[in-house]
Design a protein. Structure first.
Length: 103
C-alpha cells in the first residue's frame, strides 16, 4: 500500500524509506526503523523488509544529540510524535479504503 503525501509526517517517512533502501542511517531512516513493525502491517515497502539497526530508538537519540545536544530530548519526542501521527493517519486511510472496497 502506498500512502498519501498529505498524511502528517509523510515527508519524514518517505525520506526514511528511501534512506533505508539506500542503507543510509539518517534520522528519518532511524525513525522509520522504530516504526517498522507497525508500518509493515500497514503497507508493503521493500525497505521495511531489510535489515534494521539494532536499538533504533537509541541510535536516533544519539544522532540527534550529535547534531543538537541542547534540545535533543524535545527533538526526539517531536519526531516520535510525528511518526505516531503518521501511523495513526495511515491506519485510518487503510480502514477507509477497506470500507470503500466492501461496498
Amino acid at each position: 500500500m502506498s500512502f498519501s503525501p498529505q498524511l502528517p509526517g509523510a515527508d519524514l517517512v518517505r525520506q526514511g524509506l528511501d534512506d533505508l533502501a539506500a542503507r543510509r542511517l539518517s534520522q528519518e531512516a532511524l525513525l522509520v526503523a522504530i516504526g517498522a513493525p507497525r508500518l509493515r502491517r500497514l503497507m508493503s515497502e521493500p525497505a521495511l523488509d531489510g535489515d534494521r539497526p539494532v536499538e533504533p530508538e537509541l541510535a536516533l537519540y544519539r544522532e540527534i544529540c550529535r547534531q543538537s545536544p541542547d534540545d535533543a530530548h524535545s527533538r526526539y519526542n517531536a519526531l516520535i510524535r510525528r511518526l505516531v501521527s503518521f501511523e495513526h493517519a495511515l491506519e485510518l486511510e487503510a480502514a477507509s479504503a477497506r470500507r470503500r472496497g466492501l461496498r
